[in-house]
Write a protein that binds this ligand. Sequence first.
Ligand SMILES: [Zn+2]
Length: 239
Amino acid sequence: MKITFLGTSHGVPERDRYCSCTCVSTAGGRYLIDAGGPVADMLIRKEIALAEITAIFVTHMHGDHVNGLPAFTDLISWYFKTADPLIHLPDQTGVNALKCWNAAVLGSAVRDIRYEVYREGVIYDDGHMRVTALRSRHYDLSYSFKLETEGKRVVFTGDLAGPDIDFPRFCFEEDCDAVICEAAHFPTTKAAPVFEKCRTKNIYINHISPRQAPSIEELLASGTPYNLIPVYDGYEAEI
Ligand SMILES: [Zn+2]
């Protein structure tokens, strides 16, 4: 699978970073984790057709993870009509809001878009990609995701309350090909002992706050028994 980091910023966009959005590409489809930032624009610039997006998984309803959806759902309603992703949100309120926004913008041209409100557990399995959600304590309804496809396993932490409080247990229970960890809500150095317990050789640092950037540099300089890889917008990882 290929992971393309489209937006790697923390809660607000930076000069060189959009808010959270990551595209996971496999032989069987493409999937988005979070939809902050101008998702449709980012996909178009990467020459990824909107119709190729099989499903979208939003970790939680904070704006930097979901604010790209009003524009995305508008565009697939009237222009990119062959796009038909299954959009997973943790809160029915978000589904209602998107339907309301689409109705306001599109009037009678509004179309049925497929939404799924998920809870903890296996939330998606199309026979090629399986996604499991695990609650985190970052927000009322916030989740980490485990993605399994093509014999590989990748964990997205999503936003956390802290590395030692609610780091997803997936990372300790099973071998993972990669862990994608946020770097906005705690110094990355504070996560070092937790990273060492993760059953992976590759830890990608995403959702980067400038406030925490020195701690990423500090951990990189100290040397780690795993690959520590801070990512930027446009970074691609072959897993
Ligand atoms: Zn958040």
